[in-house]
Design a protein around this ligand. Structure first.
Ligand SMILES: Nc1ncnc2c1ncn2[C@@H]1O[C@H](COP(=O)(O)OP(=O)(O)OP(=O)(O)O)[C@@H](O)[C@H]1O
Length: 797
């Protein structure tokens, strides 16, 4: 391939010869130029290509390494990879992603070419020859593939881990039951128990062999794990049907010790029960011999497991609801943060409620059934224990809230100091900021100290009360046993249950604060979600919100009085009435702080008015479907925000617009010419837009807004002075933007105007002062009146 720069000159105008045109031929690149800038343009293009090659090699290597995974998946539907290897792969992909994300900025147009665009053609031609654009695209796609793989691996790892845990729990439970069964067999001579146990093991093993496959993405196919839940339920049933508990057997043992071994089968309640159950069917026999203690723990464990399963099934929809709410523009950060708190603690909550709660409750019931008199004696101390737990939970909750506040304040102070470090230095305020930071740290320390004292007191109280309770049970029960009021078996059994209840109560104490935190956060998340639903579709469906079929774009502020929620006592708008007619331009002018932006905030529905109404086509704003109304409204702010991407992408952001439509919008907004002069035209990367001037940014934002073709366009002009020609261009852009080509009618324009050139075109100028409308009319009318507007204009000129 050969090409030469056609626009390169071989001699200057005065006839001085210059170096021949640079040539890129096959693998040989001939660059002969006497111009330093031109050489620089080529160097940049080559440097980019080299950089790109480095990234390509890294990504190639990563893809090569990760290749066996999709291949194994395609062939076997699964892959076998140990956890360490998966983690290493994840780490590698992450490092690649980091280095690419951090360095790809270098692939943007070099800054020098923004200033000297004479060698754009050479730069672009060289880039084209080196296929930089195409390669970046391919690199992007490969990265996306790697990214997908990365997420996939992560999910796999999590699922594998949770699967492993579940299996461990299941196996432990089965072992525990089997051990109990075999432990029982000497007392229970019939072979059927052993046979049943063997049958159970055989059945379980068959099910295991049949169903167990290497980890699947069960979150996506939750049904597949149903059999495991069924197995757990079966185990619960087995445990649940056990009529008498381990303590009975334990007590039976005590009975044997007390009497003679030969009497065991006759005297111990357990053996009596077993004798009865000889006549029962094998399955019933198994149920009957399982001890109650195991039944309680099993039930609690399985409940927790089921809870965890439901949590995992629940989490994705909850998360997607949170994200949907975020998309709808609700309190994103709050929902997100709180959702994280809930997800982090929900597992604990379910465990807590199902495990500790169940153990305490069932244990207490068993105590009552065993000996209600002894239960009454110990209940008072148990109640004290629960009360202490409750008090500690309250203290923990208060200190947690206080710690969160203090940490938030600490972060705010740190963030403010760091982001404004130059101002801090310029003002010599390092010491003040240091002191503020130190004070916040001390506040956290204080709260933590209080927390530690409370914990110490709680642990002491807890241990003492537990000891007291046991001592009371033993003393009372022991004396009753000695006086033959109750049997030794019964006492042993009772003490066993008491221990269970005390342990359950202590667990409650440990888990309660986290539960309260999660419940609090969860209710806020659900409230916010409910509120966001009330804002959106559900209410549209219910018919509360309306979407207008024939929308003209008329906006009316009808006797609006408004104060910000943060400062309810200060009315920033007082009895303001403005009628923005459909297809007309209304300019809001006034001194700083007169309430112009507040009116724009109201039309966007950010706040509710205290008095009066904001009407759109005669319908109160709050009756309109917010999502629908947002589509009817285009906003161009003072400092428009741009996303990382090209000029074209930024104009078309959020739409499916074609290139032609993008160019047309840019032409209307007077942006086309300057875009074409940019190094890469519409393909120029603009980062966050900082490389563009204020006027250029404003025109791009207007292009972006008119591409969405909203019937109402709101523009907050930049206050910073634009030079006269740019100012003229922005005004022109605005005038052009008023006409909707698609709908063949004019839009309603609402402009906060700072320049005379904008105001002149307006059909209506509204002058605000201290939150009140002091004047309104056309430019000529207001100038003729020589009132506040006239004074403003003469002051400006
Ligand atoms: N979020 C807020 N909370 C409380 N008060 C606010 C808030 N935003 C603005 N204000 C107050 O409301 C008043 C009107 O402010 P607004 O921003 O509407 O004025 P403006 O006319 O747009 O000013 P400018 O031309 O300087 O942007 C001001 O006194 C301001 O301090």
């Amino acid at each position: 391939m050969t090409f030469s720069m056609e626009d390169s000159q071989n001699e200057l105008e005065d006839g001085t010869p210059v170096a021949p045109a640079p040539k890129l031929s096959g693998d040989h690149i001939v660059l002969m130029t006497s111009s330093g800038d031109e050489a620089l343009a080529y160097s940049y293009a080559f440097a980019q290509s080299v950089k790109l090659a480095v990234f390509e090699t890294i990504v190639d290597a990563s893809i090569e390494k990760a290749k066996p995974i999709p291949e194994a998946l395609a062939q076997y539907g699964t892959f076998d990879m140990d956890e360490k290897l998966v983690k290493m792969q994840m780490g590698e992909i992450f490092v690649t992603k980091c280095s690419l994300t951090l360095q790809t900025d270098m692939l943007g147009t070099p800054e020098i070419l923004w200033e000297h665009d004479r060698f754009d053609a050479q730069y672009e031609a060289c880039r084209k020859y080196l296929e930089v654009g195409k390669r970046v695209e391919i690199l992007d796609q490969r990265l996306a593939v790697l990214n997908d793989l990365y997420s996939f691996l992560q999910t796999q790892l999590e699922v594998k881990h949770s699967n492993k845990l579940e299996w461990i729990v299941i196996v432990l439970i089965v072992i525990e039951i089997l051990l109990d069964l075999f432990h029982m067999s000497p007392f229970y001579t019939q072979r059927s128990v052993a046979v049943c146990a063997l049958l159970l093991v055989a059945g379980g093993t068959t099910a295991f062999a049949k169903e167990f496959k290497p980890p699947k993405l069960w979150l996506r196919r939750g049904g597949k794990r149903l059999w495991r839940v069924a197995l757990m339920t079966l185990l619960v049933l087995v445990a649940w049907r056990a009529p008498r508990a381990g303590p009975l057997l334990f007590a039976g043992g005590a009975g044997v010790v007390r009497s003679r071994p030969g009497q065991l089968l006759r005297s111990a309640p357990a053996s009596r029960h077993l004798r009865q159950s000889r006549k029962a069917r094998p399955m019933q026999q198994i149920w009957q011999i399982l001890p109650l203690r195991e039944r309680c723990w099993l039930l609690a464990g399985v409940c927790a497991l089921l809870g965890a399963s439901s949590l995992q099934l629940l989490a994705p929809p909850l998360l997607s609801r949170a994200l949907m709410a975020a998309e709808k523009g609700t309190k994103v950060a709050q929902v997100h943060l709180l959702a994280l708190v809930v997800f982090a603690s929900l597992d604990d909550v379910l465990n807590f409620l199902l495990r500790s709660g169940a153990v305490t409750l069932f244990g207490y019931l068993a105590m009552l059934r065993c000996c209600w008199q002894l239960t009454l004696v110990t209940t008072l101390v148990i109640a004290l224990l629960l009360l202490a737990t409750r008090c500690y939970a309250e203290v923990r909750r208060a200190t947690t809230a206080e710690t969160q506040d203090a940490v938030a304040e600490l972060s705010r102070v740190a963030e403010e100091s760091l982001s404004g470090i130059s101002t801090v230095r310029a003002l010599g305020a390092e010491e003040t900021h240091g002191r503020l930071f130190h004070e916040q740290n001390l506040r956290i320390l204080e709260v933590q100290k209080r927390n530690s004292y409370a914990l110490g007191a709680f642990c002491f109280g807890n241990a003492s009360l537990s000891g007291l309770c046991r001592a009371l049970g033993l003393a009372c029960g022991g004396s009753w046993a000695l006086s033959q009021k109750i049997s030794a078996e019964l006492l042993t059994q009772f003490l066993f249950y008491l221990d269970m209840v005390l342990r359950g109560a202590m667990d409650l104490g440990e888990d309660w604060p986290a539960t309260m935190e999660a419940v609090g956060a969860g209710s806020t998340v659900l409230e916010t979600l409910a509120h966001s639903e009330a804002d959106g579709e559900s209410d549209v469906e219910k018919g509360r919100f309306r979407a207008l079929a024939h929308f003209t774009g008329e906006v009316t502020f009808d006797r609006v009085t408004f104060a910000y929620p943060m400062r309810p006592s200060r009315q920033v708008l007082q009895d303001v009435t403005i009628h923005c007619r459909s297809g007309e331009m209304t300019a809001l002018v006034g001194t700083s702080g007169s309430g112009k932006s507040s009116l724009i905030n109201l039309i966007q529905g950010f706040y509710s008015v205290q008095k009066g109404e904001v009407l759109v086509d005669g319908v109160p704003l709050e009756d309109l479907d917010p999502a629908w109304f947002r589509d009817q409204l285009g906003i161009v702010g003072q400092e428009p925000h741009f996303f990382r991407g090209t000029v074209g992408q930024n104009i078309a952001w959020g739409t499916e617009a074609t290139k032609e439509e993008v160019i047309e919008a840019a032409k209307i907004s007077q942006a086309h010419d300057f875009i074409q002069r940019l190094p890469g035209g519409y393909e120029t990367q603009i980062g966050d837009g900082k490389l563009l001037s204020g006027g250029q940014r404003q025109r791009l934002a207007i292009a972006r807004a008119i591409l969405r073709d909203p019937p109402i366009l709101v523009l907050d002009e930049p206050t910073s002075a634009l030079d006269p020609s740019t100012s003229r261009l922005v005004s022109l852009a605005l005038r052009e933007a008023q006409w909707s080509r698609k709908r063949r009618q004019r839009r309603t324009l609402l402009v906060i105007a700072h320049r005379l050139s904008t105001v002149k075109d307006a059909e209506q100028i509204v002058v605000l002062d201290k939150g009140r409308v002091v004047e309104r009319g056309t430019h000529e009318e207001l100038m003729a009146r020589e009132g506040p507007f006239w004074r403003m204009v003469t002051e400006l000129s």
